[in-house]
Design a protein around this ligand. Structure first.
Ligand code: HEC
Ligand code: HEC
Length: 521
């Protein structure tokens, strides 16, 4: 007979029913636990990242993992130009020399996004420092050069701006939320999100920026970096390792180690060369990973696959050809090639005519050019000491402890005694010259140091096709707000790379010929 509950005289469950009820309760607990775990995972663990199909697109906007630890929430990032329109001159992030691949892109080149801890965050990737522009005419459109030094970027000003925001009492939840929901930003946060931003997100950003104020207080003591330069290692010392940066701990020379952004094309032939300006590391993989730390990833947030993708792309990336080939005088360039082979190739390598095409092909053969990828001592090369001094023995030791326990732990960083001889491929797109960008054009570099410009202007991307480099005197450069570069300031010296070995005593005609040839590198 089938058991029917309503037949029961006592309102009591049968043992079978009790077992079912228990099982149901247990099932509920399990479901709740799963929901809680899913929520926890969604909010605190899950990272959602936008994939970019093309390699160039990935380079410009792909995430390398810097957002989780250092990123600004997307909507806060978008609200700052509204809140600080005066401070940013009404031009938004362009004020700091940031570039947009398309005029209405929502993020500048070099910024990527990732959802981390429940909030979409944006922060830096490799391209913020490794994309330049040039123009042939002052009124022409800037042309992007992927992999070239970011000649426009004023990173120090951007950093100082963010530090100021952190200190500004007006940077509070209420005002930020209002700016996010303004028409200009169009954030459309709902009631719940408004509370979340007002009481959690904005206070978190503020406290992170206040911490950064302590770590980067020394940046305010440094001489201006200007466009196209960054202090590579001092911020890294302070942020990653907590090195003391007070005036009693570091002298004025080591404090002012700003250097130009380098090009990152053709990494394959650079494997095994001692590179970075001072030649402190001979492994491309370590230089890439260390660069990622500079962009704000941490050993726990680093997205190694995304970095590999950039690295693979840069491995064989060709340098951009000189953009005005018709202006090159072939005979003069041929004379220049002979002089260059005699004076310069030993240290820098050189390019030869490729019989199968009308271009030259750079030869990086270290058997043939024995000094290529080696370090010249400070006494020999004689250029400014700042960048060299900013990289210390102690710091190298600390770097070699990073990623301890992982296969990719650093072990090739070392303190050197000078600056590195690097290939000069695509050198027309790498001005100003020397590690600190203290010499505006190739032609100036071939003059003895005391005849190079003592003061010049940085920040123009208009090419000087004759002297080769961006225009640098206030008259010929467009009258935008250029940066006055003073070579007498610590870190800015334009001395060195001078004397018979460096071609500075050759007759003017020989110098012209060398420059003509170098346009083809
Ligand atoms: C904040 C700016 C910045 C970011 C972001 C950045 N770099 Fe760099 N990179 C530099 C500077 C500056 C140097 C030169 C360092 C020095 O020697 O002082 C450099 C050097 C390099 C070099 C060595 C070049 C040479 O020939 O010496 C490589 C390769 C490189 N970066 C790749 C990358 C990659 C890959 C990324 C992203 C994971 C990246 N960089 C992110 C500024 C940056
Ligand atoms: C003994 C080796 C040596 C010789 C010879 C030499 N250079 Fe250099 N060159 C260097 C070193 C080292 C640097 C980097 C110095 C620095 O940045 O402080 C450099 C830097 C440069 C740069 C700047 C690169 C950049 O990215 O800013 C150019 C351009 C250059 N050399 C051209 C020449 C030319 C042209 C000649 C021949 C007339 C020449 N060099 C001869 C060692 C050499």
């Amino acid at each position: 007979m089938r058991h029917r509950p309503e037949d029961q005289s006592l309102n009591r469950r049968t043992p079978v029913e009790q077992a079912w009820a228990k099982a149901r309760a247990r099932r509920w607990v399990i479901i709740l636990l799963i929901v809680a775990a899913a929520l926890y995972w969604l909010v605190f663990v899950n990272e959602y990242v936008v994939a970019h199909e093309g390699e160039a697109e990935h380079f410009m906007h792909g995430s390398i993992g810097s957002e989780a630890a250092n990123g600004l929430p997307y909507w806060v990032f978008q609200a700052l130009p509204v809140l600080y329109a005066d401070r940013m001159g009404g031009e938004g992030y362009r004020h700091f020399g940031l570039l947009y691949a398309e005029p209405d892109d929502d993020l500048p080149i070099g910024f990527s996004r990732r959802v981390a801890t429940g909030v979409e965050r944006v922060w830096l990737n490799c391209s913020v420092c490794h994309v330049g522009t040039y123009r042939l005419e002052a009124d022409g459109e800037p042309q992007l050069l992927l992999g070239a030094p970011s000649n426009n970027l004023r990173l120090q000003e951007l950093i100082l701006f963010l530090l100021e925001v952190g200190r500004d009492p007006g940077f509070n939840g209420e005002r930020v939320v209002e700016a996010i929901n303004s028409d200009a930003v169009g954030g459309n946060l709902n009631a719940f999100e408004r509370l979340f931003y007002r009481f959690l997100v904005v206070p978190e950003v503020r406290s992170a920026l206040l911490d950064l104020n302590e770590q980067l207080a020394f940046v305010g003591r440094q001489y201006p970096w200007g466009p196209g330069r960054v202090d590579t290692f001092n911020p890294y010392k302070s942020i990653q390792f907590g090195f003391p940066m007070g005036s009693d701990a570091i002298d004025d020379i080591a404090l002012n180690g700003s250097s130009d952004y380098p090009s990152i094309w053709q990494q394959r032939p650079r494997e095994g060369m001692n590179l970075h300006w001072d030649g402190n590391n001979d492994s491309v993989a370590e230089r890439n990973l260390s660069a990622a730390l500079g962009a704000g990833v941490t050993p726990t947030t680093v997205d190694r696959e995304a970095i590999h993708r950039v690295a693979d792309w840069a491995w064989d990336l060709p340098p951009p050809p000189f953009p005005a080939p018709d202006t090159i005088d072939g005979d003069l360039a041929a004379q220049g090639a002979e002089l260059y082979a005699r004076y310069c190739a030993e240290c820098h390598g050189m390019a030869w005519a490729d019989p199968t095409s009308d271009t030259l092909v750079y030869e990086y053969d270290r058997g043939r050019y024995p000094r290529l990828g080696e370090v010249e001592t400070l006494a020999e090369i004689g250029t400014d000491r700042g960048r060299w001094a900013s990289y210390t023995e102690e710091f190298a030791a600390a770097q070699n402890m990073l990623y301890a326990g992982y296969d990719w732990r650093f072990h090739r960083f070392r303190k050197t005694d000078g600056y590195a001889n690097q290939p000069l491929d695509g050198i027309w797109a790498r001005s100003p010259y020397l590690h600190n960008g203290s010499v505006p054009t190739l032609r100036d570099l071939l003059e003895p140091a005391d005849q190079r410009p003592a003061v010049f202007w940085r920040g123009s991307d208009v090419l000087d096709l004759e002297r080769v480099g961006y225009q640098s005197d206030a008259d010929s450069a467009p009258a935008e707000d250029l940066f006055r570069y003073d070579t007498s300031v610590p870190g800015n010296g334009n001395q060195g790379h001078d004397g018979p070995r460096y071609g500075t005593e050759l007759p003017a005609a020989a110098k012209e010929a060398i420059i003509e040839y170098m346009k083809l590198l």
